[in-house]
Design a protein around this ligand. Structure first.
Ligand code: WTA
Length: 654
C-alpha cells in the first residue's frame, strides 16, 4: 500500500444522514427550473444526464446568456491538456460585465454597496463603475500599457479593486491580483514572476480598527522589481506615505481622462488574468484564465446555483485577492447585472455581529461564505446573530474547505432560520467556477457538495485510475469545462505534471473525495502537500522554504493539524543550526519571519524544535509520518526511513 493510499483510508468523514429538500414552492421559482421547463427537462436527474451526455451543446446553449459572445466557429477545441472555448470569437468580458449594462436599462442600478470597516458607505451604480473604469483604462493607456502587458494589483477590499481589474481587462492587459494580506516579499515574487509593467496599490486600509500601511509594503517589494515602470496609488486612508519617482496618485492621473474608452476586442481565448496559488513546491503557480470560457463559466454557474434575480442583494464575503472574489464578486455578478455587497474589514469588528448588521441593513438575500467564518461565528454564539433581522436571506453558500456537518447545521439553523438551502460549492482557482455543487433544487446532505453541476463530469478514481464508490480516492474531472485554466504562466511542464500526468487526459484535482451510493461527493481535503488554513491554500513547502531562509534554521517540516475554527492549523518542526539555542524568543522570531516572507496567514501556530525530522533514504522529508505522529494516528511502517528514531522525537515534542 502506498503512503498516499494509507492516508486516504485514515480520512473517514463523519456522515450526516439527514436529507434536506427544498420546498416545491421555492423550486418553482428558481432560474434553473425555468430553464428546464423551457427545454422540456423534467427533473434534476434528467438535467444532469442530458448536459453530461453532450456538454458542448449544453455550454453552447448557456453562452447565449451573454450578449456579445458570438461569431465562434467551434464551441470547444480540446487538445489535451489545453482547451479553447468559443474558438474564433472576438470578445472581451468587459462588454458583458459592464458596457452592456449602461445601455440595457441597468445604468442606474447599484453594482456595489461598499461598507468600509469604520462604517463609511459608498454606492456605485453600473454607470459610476463604467465611468471609473474608463477613466482608469485611459490613464493606463497613457502610461503606455498595451494588450498582453501584465499589471499587478495589490489592493484591499475597496471598489477600486474591481475597477482596476476591469480597466486592465478593457484594454486587453492581464491583471495579476495579489491578496493584500500577502507580505512585501510574496508580492515582489509575484510581480517579478509575471514581469509586471505597472503596479496598482493604495496608501493603506482599515483592519481591526488599525490602518495597514500597504504602500510601505509595496515600496519594499518594488525595491527589487526591475520591470515595473509606474506605480498607481489610490488614496484610501490619507495616512502619510513615502513617495518615489515612479509613483502617481490615482486621483491625479484619472482627473482629466475621458469618460469613455473603447473596449478592446480580443480573441476569446486570450488571457484575462493570472492568479497565483500555492502548489506543492515552494514557488506559487500562476493560474491563467481567458476571457471567453471564463465568462460563461462564472456567470452561468452563479445564475443557477445562487439563483440570482433582478432584486437580489448578493454578498460573497470572500476577498477579491482569491479566486472566489475574482469569479463571484467581480466577473460573475457583474455579468449578471446584480447588486453586490462589499465589505472592507474584519468579520468580528467592532463586534461579532458586524456581518449580521450588514445583512440586515442592506437586506442581503443571498450570502456566500466559508466554513471557517461560520465556525468563527459559531464560537461567538448565536446571541450575536439573534440581535438582527435576517429575514431577507433566502439562500446560503459555502466554499473553500469541507464544511463539517456541525457547522452546516448551525449555519442552516441560525443564519438560514431553517428556511434557506445551503449551496456547498466545490471548486478551485484552476476550475474558475463551481464544479461540484448543488443547485437550489437539489436535495442536500450536510457536509456533501452533492453532485457535479450540469455540463461537468467528475469521478473518484483509485490509484489504478478506476472509478470507486464508498472509499476515499482521487477526485478527477473527466471533460474540459469553460472556466478551465488555460495553463500555468510560463510553466507548461509543471502544468502537465501537476494535473494531467497521473491519469491521461483526465484532470487531477489534488483532493481526496468519496462518492456515495447516491452519487454524492464528499470532498475530504487535499491529497497533496498543500494545506487549507481558513480556506486559504498554503503549500507545506512554501512555509518550509520561508523557515529555512532564516539564518538560524537548518531544516523544517510543516504539517497541518485539524483545528476547530480554521479547519487546519500549521505546525512546524524545526531543526536549528549547530550551536543555536532553542527558546521562546526564537519561536516568535521564526513566526514573524514567515509573516514577512509570505504573510500573516502562513505563520505557524506551533513551532517545535527537534534534532532531526523523519526522512527517506533519499532525503525526502516524510510529512505524512510526522503528521500521523503529531495527531496521534498510526504512523505505519517506518522501516524504510533513514532515521526512524526521529519519529519518537516528534511524538515527544508534541
Ligand atoms: C478546497 C477556492 C471541500 C479543496 C474556491 C480545493 C473545498 C481547494 C471546497 C481550492 C468545498 C474548495 N468542499 N473542499 N466546497 N471548496 N475546497 O484554489 O481542497 O483557493 O482543492 O479555490 O479548496 O482552493 P482555491
Amino acid at each position: 500500500m502506498t503512503e498516499e493510499k494509507k492516508e486516504m483510508d485514515l480520512m473517514v468523514l463523519l456522515e450526516e444522514k439527514r436529507v434536506f429538500k427544498p420546498s416545491e414552492e421555492f423550486v418553482k421559482q428558481t432560474n434553473v427550473k425555468k430553464w428546464m421547463d423551457e427545454h422540456n427537462i423534467k427533473d434534476y436527474d434528467e438535467l444532469l444526464k442530458k448536459s453530461g451526455d453532450n456538454p458542448e451543446q449544453f455550454w453552447d446553449e448557456r453562452a447565449k446568456d451573454l450578449s456579445s459572445l458570438n461569431g465562434y466557429s467551434k464551441v470547444m477545441e480540446w487538445n489535451p491538456p489545453y482547451v479553447k472555448w468559443f474558438v474564433g470569437a472576438k470578445y472581451n468580458i468587459v462588454n458583458d460585465a459592464l458596457d452592456r449594462h449602461v445601455t440595457d436599462g441597468k445604468k442606474d442600478k447599484i453594482a456595489y454597496i461598499f461598507e468600509g470597516e469604520h462604517g463609511d458607505v459608498r454606492k456605485l451604480t453600473y454607470n459610476d463603475l463604467y465611468i471609473e473604469v474608463n477613466k482608469l483604462a485611459n490613464a493606463l493607456k497613457n502610461l503606455g500599457v498595451k494588450k498582453g502587458d501584465r499589471i499587478s494589483i495589490y489592493l484591499p477590499m475597496i471598489p477600486e479593486l474591481p475597477i482596476a481589474m476591469l480597466a486592465c481587462a478593457k484594454i486587453g492587459a492581464i491583471h495579476s491580483v495579489v491578496f493584500s494580506g500577502f507580505s512585501a516579499l510574496a508580492f515582489r515574487n509575484r510581480v517579478n514572476d509575471c514581469e509586471s509593467k505597472i503596479v496598482i496599490t493604495c496608501d493603506g486600509f482599515y483592519r481591526k480598527g488599525k490602518i495597514v500601511d500597504l504602500k510601505k509594503q509595496a515600496d519594499e517589494a518594488l525595491e527589487n522589481a526591475p520591470t515595473v515602470e509606474n506605480v498607481i496609488v489610490y488614496k484610501r486612508t490619507g495616512n502619510e506615505v513615502g513617495w518615489n519617482e515612479k509613483d502617481h496618485w490615482w486621483h491625479e492621473i484619472v482627473k482629466d481622462m475621458p469618460e469613455t474608452c473603447e473596449t478592446e476586442k480580443i480573441d476569446a481565448n486570450d488571457p484575462l488574468y493570472i492568479l497565483y496559488t500555492s502548489g506543492t513546491t515552494g514557488k506559487p503557480k500562476g493560474i491563467m484564465h481567458a476571457h471567453g470560457g471564463y465568462s460563461v463559466g462564472t456567470a452561468s454557474t452563479l445564475n443557477w446555483v445562487f439563483d440570482l434575480k433582478e432584486n437580489d442583494v448578493w454578498w460573497c464575503a470572500a476577498d477579491i485577492g482569491w479566486v472566489t472574489g475574482h469569479s463571484y464578486i467581480v466577473y460573475g455578478p457583474l455579468i449578471l447585472g446584480v447588486t453586490s455587497v462589499m465589505y472592507e474589514g474584519a468579520p468580528d469588528y467592532p463586534a461579532p455581529d458586524r456581518w449580521w448588521s450588514i445583512v440586515e441593513k442592506y437586506k442581503v438575500s443571498v450570502l456566500y461564505t466559508s466554513p471557517t467564518a461560520i465556525r468563527l461565528f459559531m464560537r461567538h454564539g448565536e446571541e450575536w446573530v439573534e440581535k438582527h433581522d435576517l429575514s431577507s436571506l433566502r439562500l446560503l453558500g459555502s466554499v473553500g474547505e469541507p464544511i463539517n456537518p456541525e457547522a452546516w447545521m448551525w449555519y442552516y439553523k441560525y443564519i438560514g432560520r431553517e428556511k434557506c438551502q445551503i449551496m456547498d460549492t466545490w471548486w478551485q482557482t484552476e476550475t474558475g467556477s463551481f464544479v461540484i455543487s448543488p443547485l437550489p433544487i437539489t436535495p442536500l446532505k450536510p457536509g456533501s457538495a452533492t453532485k457535479p453541476l450540469p455540463g461537468f463530469r467528475a469521478e473518484v478514481y483509485n490509484e489504478g485510475g478506476n472509478p470507486i464508490l464508498n472509499a476515499g480516492g482521487n477526485l478527477v474531472l473527466l471533460n474540459p469545462w469553460p472556466g478551465m485554466l488555460r495553463g500555468l504562466y510560463k510553466a507548461p511542464d509543471k502544468y502537465m505534471e501537476t494535473y494531467w500526468k497521473k491519469f491521461p487526459d483526465t484532470y487531477l484535482a489534488g483532493d481526496v473525495a468519496r462518492k456515495d451510493d447516491d452519487g454524492y461527493f464528499w470532498v475530504q481535503g487535499r491529497a497533496d502537500d498543500v494545506l487549507n488554513v481558513s480556506g486559504h491554500r498554503i503549500g507545506n513547502s512554501e512555509v518550509e522554504s520561508a523557515l529555512v531562509s532564516h539564518p538560524k534554521t537548518a531544516e523544517a517540516a510543516v504539517i497541518g493539524k485539524p483545528h476547530k475554527v480554521k479547519g487546519e492549523s500549521l505546525i512546524a518542526f524545526v531543526v536549528l543550526k549547530e550551536g543555536i539555542e532553542p527558546n521562546d524568543e526564537l519561536r516568535i522570531e521564526l513566526r514573524d519571519h514567515v509573516g514577512k516572507e509570505i504573510g500573516k496567514i502562513a505563520r505557524p501556530d506551533e513551532i517545535w524544535f527537534v534534532n532531526d525530522v523523519p526522512k527517506t533514504r533519499s532525503g525526502k522529508i516524510m510529512r505524512r509520518v510526522i503528521r500521523a505522529k503529531a495527531i496521534g494516528a498510526p504512523v505505519g511502517d517506518i522501516s524504510t526511513l533513514a532515521n526512524p528514531e526521529s519519529v519518537e522525537e516528534i511524538g515527544r515534542a508534541k
